[in-house]
Design a protein around this ligand. Structure first.
Ligand SMILES: [Zn+2]
Length: 491
C-alpha cells in the first residue's frame, strides 16, 4: 500500500485529542475544507449530502405543517436593521456591510443578512391587511453571514446555511403556541433523525435572540462535555410588528399589530452529528441521515461473478426505492473501483461512517450469502442473500436506535444536579457536562458564574419547578431561586 493511501486514513484518536479528531474527520471524510477566505468553509459533496438529508426530513416536516418556502434578498438596507433597537445592537458587531456597488459608493450601505427579520417584515406589512390573512407563515433556506472572530468548521463560520421560518399571528397566545411547536419540531428532528438526545427550554435574557421576547432552544451535549445549540425558536411578540408597522384589521374593524415568531436550524447540526457519534475510525452516521446506508464491496472487482452477484444483492434495495416506499428503501452503493484494495475501501467507508458494509468474495458467491459488517459495533455476520434485504433493514433500524441509546446514556451520565457551588466549579473544571442548578434570576450571578466557570445558562426547562425555581436557593448567591436551568460551557 502506498504512502498516500496511508495518510488519507490517518486521524488522531477521539479520546486523545477531541478537537483535532473533529477537524481530521471533517477533512479526511471529505465533508468540508477550508476556503481561501479565512473563517469560511467549502462544503464538499459528501458533507452537502448530509445537509440535503436535513433539508429532506426537516423540509418535509415544515411543509407538512403548512409552511411553504420563499426567498428574500441577501442584502438589507442598513436603516431596516436599525428599526428594532435590541436587534441592531445584538447583530452590529458581526455585520458584513457592502458600501460600494457598480464602482460607486452606495447612498445607503447594505448589510449582508445576518438573519432575515428586517428584510422580510416590510413585505409582511405590505401583504398582511386583514385578520383573514392570518396566520401568515413562510420559510426560507438560505445562507447567512455573521463576522465571527473565532471560527470552527461547521460550528462557527462566517457564512453558514440554515432555514429560517417566520410567522405572524393575530394573538399572543397563537405566537406562543407556534414558538413551542417549532422547538418541539427541532427536538423531534434532532432526536429521531440525527439520533442525538437533547434538552429543551427557555433562554435567559442574556442568551436570548436580539429582539425576541423569548427564545426557546434545543441543546445537545457533546462528548467533550460542551453543549451545542441545535435549533432555536423565538417569540418576537410585537417587537418587530410595531417598528415595521405590520398591522391587520381585526374582526371588529380595529387595526392591530401582529404577533410574530421566527425559528431556525443551521449547518451546525452537522457538527453535532459528527461529534456525537464518531469514533476513532471516523464518522458513524445514523442510517436515517447517512447519504449511503449500505455499501457493497466485491472483494475482487475484476471477477465478473463477484460484481454480478454484488448487483444482485443490491437490486432489491433499488427496487424498493423505485416504489417510493421511503421507509422500506435503503440507499446502496456498489464500490467496484478496481484501483483500490478491499482493505483501503473498508477503511474509507468506515471513515465516511456508512452504517452497513456488505463484503462479497468467492465464498459468498458460492454459498449465496453475504458478509455484513456494522459500522457502529464492528460486528460481522454472515446471512443468506435470500433474507438479506429484510435483515439489513432490521440492522439499519437497530443501528439508528443503538446510536441514540448510546448518546442518551452519555447525556444521562454527564448531567448533574448540583446544590453546591464548589461542586459546580469542580465539575466544570473537570468533565464538564450539563449542570442543573437553582438560579435567582439575576444577570449578575449569571455573569459571575460564566466568568468563574465558563458555564452559561443553556436552557430553563418548561416544567413548573424548573420554570419557577420552586423553593430552591441560587447556587451562586443563596437568594430564593426563580428557576432551575441547565448550565454548561457552550460551543
Ligand atoms: Zn443569585
Amino acid at each position: 500500500m502506498c504512502v498516500m493511501e496511508f495518510e488519507k486514513k490517518e486521524i488522531v484518536k477521539k479520546s486523545k485529542d477531541f478537537s483535532r479528531w473533529y477537524t481530521d474527520v471533517i477533512l479526511k471524510a471529505e465533508l468540508a475544507d477550508y476556503a481561501p477566505v479565512k473563517g469560511c468553509m467549502v462544503i464538499r459533496p459528501y458533507g452537502y449530502a448530509l445537509w440535503e438529508g436535513v433539508q429532506k426530513y426537516l423540509g418535509q416536516k415544515i411543509k407538512d405543517s403548512g409552511v411553504d418556502n420563499a426567498y428574500f434578498p441577501l442584502f438589507i438596507p442598513h436603516s431596516f436593521l436599525e428599526k428594532e433597537k435590541e436587534h441592531v445592537k445584538g447583530f452590529s458587531p458581526e455585520l458584513a456591510v457592502v458600501t460600494h456597488g457598480g464602482g460607486k459608493e452606495l447612498a445607503e450601505p447594505l448589510v449582508v443578512r445576518p438573519t432575515s427579520e428586517t428584510i422580510m417584515y416590510p413585505m409582511f406589512a405590505k401583504w398582511i391587511q386583514s385578520w383573514r390573512d392570518l396566520p401568515f407563515k413562510v420559510n426560507q433556506w438560505c445562507n447567512i453571514v455573521r463576522w465571527e472572530k473565532r471560527t470552527y468548521l461547521f460550528l462557527r463560520t462566517l457564512e453558514f446555511l440554515w432555514q429560517e421560518g417566520h410567522t405572524a399571528h393575530a394573538t399572543a397566545d397563537e405566537a406562543e403556541e407556534e414558538t413551542l411547536a417549532r422547538m418541539k419540531m427541532y427536538q423531534d428532528f434532532v432526536e429521531e433523525v440525527l439520533a442525538i438526545p437533547t434538552i429543551v427550554g427557555r433562554k435567559s435574557a442574556a442568551e436570548k435572540f436580539a429582539g425576541a421576547e423569548e427564545t426557546l432552544a434545543v441543546e445537545a451535549l457533546m462528548p467533550d462535555g460542551k453543549a451545542l445549540q441545535c435549533g432555536t425558536s423565538h417569540n418576537l411578540g410585537q417587537n418587530f410588528a410595531k417598528p415595521f408597522e405590520i398591522q391587520f384589521q381585526d374582526k371588529n374593524g380595529q387595526m392591530q399589530h401582529v404577533y410574530q415568531t421566527s425559528w431556525g436550524l443551521s449547518t451546525r447540526v452537522i457538527g453535532a452529528l459528527i461529534m456525537a457519534h464518531g469514533d476513532d475510525n471516523g464518522l458513524v452516521l445514523p442510517p436515517k441521515i447517512a447519504p449511503i446506508q449500505v455499501v457493497v464491496v466485491p472483494i475482487d472487482p475484476t471477477d465478473k461473478k463477484q460484481v454480478e452477484y454484488a448487483h444482485n444483492v443490491a437490486a432489491p434495495f433499488y427496487g424498493a426505492k423505485e416504489k417510493a416506499a421511503q421507509s422500506a428503501a435503503a440507499t446502496v452503493h456498489i464500490d467496484d473501483r478496481p484501483q483500490y484494495t478491499p482493505g483501503y475501501k473498508y477503511n474509507e467507508w468506515e471513515l465516511k461512517g456508512v452504517p452497513v458494509r456488505i463484503e462479497i468474495g468467492l465464498q459468498e458467491v458460492k454459498s449465496k450469502s453475504v458478509t455484513v459488517v456494522r459500522r457502529d459495533t464492528g460486528e460481522k455476520s454472515q446471512i443468506s442473500n435470500l433474507k438479506s434485504q429484510t435483515e439489513i433493514k432490521g440492522i439499519l433500524d437497530d443501528i439508528q436506535n443503538n446510536l441514540y441509546r448510546k448518546a442518551l446514556k452519555s447525556l444521562n451520565q454527564n448531567t448533574h444536579e448540583v446544590g453546591d457551588y464548589g461542586e459546580f466549579k469542580k465539575i466544570m473544571a473537570e468533565a464538564r457536562g450539563f449542570i442543573k442548578a437553582f438560579w435567582c434570576g439575576s444577570a449578575e450571578c449569571e455573569r459571575k458564574i460564566k466568568e468563574e466557570t465558563r458555564a452559561t445558562i443553556r436552557a430553563i426547562p418548561l416544567d413548573s419547578e424548573s420554570a419557577t425555581g420552586g423553593s430552591g436557593k441560587c447556587i451562586y448567591c443563596g437568594q430564593p431561586a426563580t428557576s432551575r436551568p441547565f448550565f454548561a460551557q457552550a460551543y
